[in-house]
Design a protein around this ligand. Sequence first.
Ligand code: SF4
Length: 327
Amino acid sequence: MKKNDLLEVKNLKTSVFNDQRQVCVVDDVSFSIYENSVLGLVGESGCGKTMTALSLTKLVGSAARFEISGAVNFNGKDLLSAPAKDLLRVRGRQITYIFQEPSTCLNPVLTVREQMEEVLRLHRKDISRSGYDKFLVEGLEKVGMNFAAQKLKTYPHQLSGGEKQRIMIAMATLSRPKLLIADEPTTALDVTIQAQILVLLHSLKRELGIAMLFISHDLDVIGEIADYIAVMYAGKIVEISPAQKLLLTPKHPYTKGLIDCLPQNCKDNIRRRKVIAGEVPRGGIYPAGCRFHPRCPDCMDKCRTRPPPVFRSKDAEEEVSCWLYSN
Ligand code: SF4
């Protein structure tokens, strides 16, 4: 583990057991998240981004249907081998999550105050009950909520999508986590609200020093917030690089394809937006060799049979898994 690594994931593998079949949805994934930095994880739907995020704290469901292996070092402790009670102390306190659809995470029959108080009861024993009101109002104000005191009395159905996401972010930061995992937090929101939530997450990172794993299928959104970007395809990470380098000089043909598909790169004719030909392999049925080879414009013979290893730059800042970079 390097000095400023907060989270180091090594060879993470998650398999789902489905009708007697074993499907590997996260396959040998490794990455680091540094203190006070944002790693963006990008890829098409179904490529394993969410399963990666959930696997980090074993939040994937009943252990009988999933198998997770590898190592997830957080603050010097391996979360995958930690006892359940230790993991509970980390999850929700030191590592918190926000998801795409806040409505499904908020309890419809409890007020905002009741739901936020629950977080304080579980994770902030240092705050006395008499201090809850002030703390909750400040928590909501920090996430840019207008009329914070009144909003505490409301139920989720009385709030807009953007307000619900702000509440989720407030709840996810009440425990002063070291790492926030944001899984498509802006996808369900209008474009203007999306921009506000991104600005908010930026400021939380700056002011509270929270590191983030920010997941999105949208490279434009990731480019707004990430310090580093990892590109995922069919259960594997195919490229990791500092964000600006990856956006300006992508290496993997899939990353290049994602960048070519951005609207600003197809300005000449909006009705002929570029697409990456072919489809993402589904259900863990992957092609032999490089999993991207059926869609790759640069495919070579060996790509069809031999999975590419990871090639690292000399400074170890960039990694790409593609035969084009073998010497
Ligand atoms: Fe394309 Fe081959 Fe690189 Fe895969 S390994 S991305 S098929 S060039």
